[in-house]
Design a protein around this ligand. Structure first.
Ligand code: JCF
Length: 667
């Protein structure tokens, strides 16, 4: 393709993506892909300056939006920021600044998290908010005054009396992640449109034609710069300006810090990067600004960005790649989980070639097929996930994803019960995959806690035929183990020691370790406390089982079903014969279930006990401990440095307990 044709094609593609993003608030490609298209166009235009046209997407910021809002002309253009994607690019920025300022001195930079929201301009005259506008294309935006007036943390009247007569302040409006999740949950339940991410949600919320709609969304703002100002009294550096803004009632990000030189900027970047997942809002990098306004003035602007600031971006968390195939993994209970095999892609800081597809319903919802280009998201330590299909890239020939009829591991029949989303292998412990997961679960930390017996080793034991059921673990021969490839004498000895040690266990751990469907730690504890010994549990019918706290008819049926199978009862006998034992539970000592029916969520660091200890104690008193906050949460226990769960709890009006209050409850 000729350069001219390529440039034209990029114009078209980028304009379409601008429209999807700015007008529809529904992007169809990841931000990283959009950035690449823009950079490719910029590169081509640099090489072929003759083909630069005034309507090129590189010649403007964002896009004009065609909605029912009046236009606002920005007296001082609202420019964007240049990007740095590496420490080298950041160092080059600092070097350039020193050269332009003709100084060898260390530069002071104001560092702040870069919010992923909507840039806005607010105009205060004589301290009163008289106009709010979006950035639009940087020169003309939309008048969203009525909507912005509904945001509670934005003052309609400034505090103090030392503000300039005319003050245009700029900042980023955003939706905290908890508010975004709550909004999408509600929209999904009502069958309404959900937003792809918090930024689109913020943008869509601000561009509602009915301000009442905007008022119902949990929007917030941080201010970070000035537009046009008339009157005196503005500070001569950015750090002091931010303090002034706070004095006038305009919120600024509490993470902002003044740093000196590139090295300190990088330390700030790393610290914020570590904190990223516990912040209440989405960020996509860090912004550095030269602190001195005299220096900023001297540096000036290039085309659409200031020379005195730069955005240091985090690696993208969403990328595009091709779905090459789908494999079905068999879990402990036989549940089949579809796993996406991907063309390897660098996302969220690592190379990813597998991603979760959850279940068949999810596959249907996404309408994803083999051969599709998909958006993969990897945030923090969580398992990468296929987020969406890039429909415009769907090839002519794609292959539908089908549930296999036979288990890919053992060949047994697969069944999917009517109305259930999960399909299961019917092979039971005959299926090596189910057996392996069952053994791993039995050995896991919160069950029998057999130190060192992990995935690799269990697989090896099964492969070599050293183990064909759980009980075999306790009759392993030391020499046979030591002879295994990758295992020496020492590790074999350690493993046998760990196995021996694990025999002294507790009844709740033992019951949990059996891996009965729907019997998690909390239920195992309730069962142990209720029946006090394993024989009573074995003898209990469904009526006796549903009398246990938290056990309903479904769980009771799973428990009965488990013990009806002779091999399970034999396994329990065998394990006891091999020396597995636990202290007797005194029926009288069974703790009163004073917290039955209450659900707790723990967030942040506790000082006098660990979170696991707190969880154990709460459960012993009959409480449920959940990983996420919802309307059903009775109490949120908030320790030091809490995450977004604390914010969400506050937003949902859940009662908050501090560590002292928790200790009172459980001791
Ligand atoms: O958080 C942001 N997205 C952000 C954008 C922060 C800033 O301090 C900015 C910005 C865009 C332009 N400052 C400028 C000058």
């Amino acid at each position: 393709m000729s350069a001219e044709k390529k440039i034209k094609s990029l114009h078209q593609q980028i304009n379409q993506h601008n429209y999807n993003y700015y007008v529809l608030d529904t992007p169809t490609i990841p931000d990283a892909e959009y950035d690449r298209l823009m950079r490719e166009l910029e590169q081509l235009e640099t090489e072929n300056p003759g083909f630069i046209t005034p309507d090129s997407p590189t010649q403007r910021v964002g896009s004009k939006a065609a909605t029912g809002f009046a236009q606002v002309k920005h007296d001082v253009p609202m420019l964007s920021l240049s990007n740095a994607f590496s420490e080298e690019e950041l160092t080059a920025f600092d070097t350039r600044i020193k050269k332009l300022l003709e100084t060898g001195k260390t530069i002071g930079y104001v560092c702040e998290p870069k919010l992923d929201g909507v840039a806005v301009s607010l105009l205060y005259k004589q301290g009163k908010l008289i106009r709010a506008a979006t950035r639009g294309d940087g020169y003309t935006g939309e008048d969203i005054t009525q909507n912005v007036r509904t945001i509670k943390s934005i003052p309609l009247v400034l505090s103090g009396d030392d503000y300039p007569g005319e003050l245009e302040v700029r900042g980023e409006i955003f939706i905290p992640i908890a508010g975004f999740d709550a909004f999408n949950d509600k929209a999904r339940a009502a069958g309404q449109k959900t937003f792809a991410n918090p930024r689109n949600a913020a943008s869509g919320s601000l561009r509602q034609l009915d301000p009442k709609m905007t008022a119902s969304r949990p929007l917030d703002i941080y201010f970070y710069s000035l537009g046009k100002v008339e009157g005196d009294g503005i500070a001569d550096n950015h750090m002091d300006l931010l303090a002034q803004l706070r004095g006038w009632g305009l919120r600024t990000n509490p993470e902002i810090q003044l740093k000196h030189g590139v090295q300190q900027c990088i330390e700030f970047y790393n610290a914020i990067s570590d904190k990223r997942d516990s912040l209440a809002y989405e960020i996509d990098g860090v912004v550095y600004k030269v602190n001195s306004y005299a220096a900023q003035k001297e540096l000036g602007f290039v085309s659409r960005a200031p020379r005195w600031a730069i955005a240091h971006k985090f690696p993208a968390r969403e990328e595009m790649t091709v779905l090459q195939g789908v494999e079905f993994q068999v879990g402990r209970t036989g549940a089949l989980t579809p796993v996406a095999r991907l063309e390897p892609v660098f996302v969220g800081g690592v190379t990813v070639s597998n991603a979760s597809l959850h279940n068949l319903d999810e596959i249907q919802r996404l309408d994803v097929r083999i051969g599709d280009t998909v958006i993969v998201r990897r945030a923090g330590d969580v398992i990468p996930k296929v987020e969406a299909v890039v429909m415009e890239k769907r090839p002519k020939k794609t292959q539908k994803i089908r549930l296999p009829h036979k288990c890919p591991v053992c060949g047994s029949e697969i069944i999917k019960a009517e109305g259930e989303v999960v399909a299961r292998c019917t092979g039971g412990l005959f299926c090596q995959a189910q057996l392996k997961e069952t053994i791993k679960h039995f050995a896991s930390r919160r069950a029998m806690n057999i130190d060192g017996l992990g995935d690799k080793l269990v697989e090896l034991f099964l492969q070599q035929g050293l183990v064909s059921e759980i009980a075999d673990l306790f009759s392993l021969d030391k020499d046979a183990v030591a002879n295994l490839e990758r295992l020496g004498d020492k590790s074999a000895e350690n493993l046998l020691k760990a196995l021996e040690k694990s025999k002294a266990t507790t009844l709740p751990r033992f019951i949990y370790g059996l891996g009965i469907r729907e019997v998690g730690e909390a239920t195992a504890k309730n069962l142990a406390n209720h029946f006090a010994d394993i024989d009573s549990l074995l003898a209990a019918d469904e009526e006796a089982l549903v009398a246990v706290n938290d056990v309903g008819p479904i769980v009771a049926a799973h428990i009965r079903g488990f013990f009806r199978q002779k091999h399970n009862v034999e396994l329990i006998e065998k394990l006891q014969k091999l020396g597995v034992h636990w202290p007797k539970i005194e029926k009288a000592a069974a703790v009163e279930q004073v917290l039955a029916g209450k659900t707790f969520v723990l967030t942040g660091t506790l000082t006098s006990i660990t979170r696991n200890e707190a969880k154990d104690k709460l459960q012993a008193l009959g409480a449920k401990v959940s990983g996420s906050v919802s309307k059903k949460t009775s109490y949120a226990v908030v320790g030091a440095d809490p995450g977004s769960k604390a914010t969400k709890a506050e937003e949902l009006g859940v009662e908050i307990l501090d560590e002292q209050a928790l200790l009172k409850l459980i001791t």
